[in-house]
Ligand binder design. Structure first.
Ligand SMILES: [Zn+2]
Length: 375
């Protein structure tokens, strides 16, 4: 990892680690990002940015370019501020060059390592006075609960047509070239309530209808590009009442639109068939949560990021993911977006960790992107 040290000056290496450790110690579960946003406001201001927040709590910033980069179009850098459970009172520790939690919480490298790398790149390109393109920043809220912040972002506040999102698991050097589209479903089954002991013949159990439907439904991994899940089920009042209502929430994702449509209609059919067979009613609502990503290796943003990676001694590698991120929302809005991996491992678990060297390398890559005279 000598390459890392050569590319990231000593005080920047210290800054990225200190900033990361500071940020993970500030609780910021989804919907409760206020304290971390306040701290980030200070960091952004110190890096020479104009900073503001929007009506849902997203933190936005911009900074003019300088040197040769001053004439380039702006680049958007983005990461999310919220973390998942268990995320209260995170106590980071460094063991053999790897940052972990104390084992009772997540670490929050997802996505505060991304935030720290962005802040370090902004600070470094501000202090050195070297060439830097104009920059816009979005630190979003509630990414983990359905990309809520990004979906509510007023994109007319941004001029950038190119973006880098720092929010992918996987090694430094990975660029998400493909990510799925997702449909989210809400299903309501209405049967008929009756006394379970006195007159069960007069009841239609919504729970039985739901279970018959789910038992024949294709779920989990459908094919290499498609997944599906029923994740929430609620219903019933008491053991002596045939349950009249069940509500469920589910999802399907695919890298392929036709396969997604087929899976979503298969799930609908399973519920409708079971309801018809047993004399219940079903309502099935589908919402497009986000659309997929299909980034060409020849796209300008992939080339730009690959150049920066090469300059810092890292080989770029295009990857496919099953997860959605704010990058899906930016892409859907016509902003060409590369979501980068930066070495966070085991996100959404108490085993989550990141190597200090990877954190530094991620910052190095972003500095090289911002300083790239070609833009
Ligand atoms: Zn994330």
């Amino acid at each position: 990892m000598s390459t890392t040290r050569e590319n990231l000056p000593g005080d920047a290496a210290q800054f990225v680690l200190d900033t990361f450790l500071t940020l993970v110690r500030i609780d910021s579960l989804s919907g409760d990002e206020g304290a971390v946003a306040e701290r980030l406001r200070g960091y952004l201001h110190d890096a020479g940015c104009q900073v503001w927040s929007d009506h849902v709590g997203n933190l936005l910033a911009r900074r003019a370019g300088h040197g040769a980069g001053g004439m380039l179009p702006p680049l958007l850098l983005s990461a999310h501020m919220d973390t998942v459970e268990p995320g209260h009172g995170i106590q980071p520790r460094i063991v053999h060059g790897v940052v972990r939690s104390d084992g009772t919480t997540i670490l929050g490298a997802d996505d505060k390592a991304g935030v720290a790398a962005i802040l370090t790149a902004l600070r470094q390109t501000n202090h050195t006075g070297a060439s830097c393109c104009p920059v816009e920043v979005v630190f979003s809220v509630q990414e983990e609960v359905g990309l809520v912040g990004a979906k509510h972002l007023d994109l007319t506040q941004l001029a950038a047509k190119t973006a880098i999102v720092m929010d992918s698991a996987g090694p430094v050097g990975s660029i998400v070239a493909r990510a799925p589209s997702q449909d989210t479903m809400t299903i309501e089954i209405t049967g008929h309530a009756s006394h379970a002991g006195v007159a069960p013949e007069q009841g239609v159990s919504a729970i039985v209808v739901a279970s018959k439907a789910i038992a024949v439904m294709r779920l989990g991994r459908i094919d290499p590009e498609t997944t599906a899940n029923i994740g929430v089920i609620r219903g019933g009042m008491a053991t002596n009442i045939i349950p009249a209502h069940v509500t469920m929430r589910g999802e399907a994702r695919s890298l392929d639109e036709a396969r997604l449509a087929a899976q979503t209609s298969h799930m609908r059919e399973c519920f409708e068939t079971a309801a018809r067979d047993l004399g219940a009613k079903v309502e099935f609502w589908v919402e497009r949560s986000y659309s997929g990503i299909n980034l060409s290796p020849e796209s300008a943003v992939v080339k730009r990021v690959s150049r920066a990676m090469a300059a810092t001694g890292v080989a770029a590698s295009l990857i496919s993911t099953g997860g959605g991120s704010d990058a899906n929302i930016f892409m859907g809005a016509g902003i060409e977006t590369a979501n980068l991996g930066f070495g966070m491992m085991g996100p959404h678990s108490v085993e989550e960790h990141i190597a200090v060297a990877d954190l530094e390398q991620a910052a190095s890559i972003l500095i090289a992107v911002l300083s790239d005279p070609q833009g």
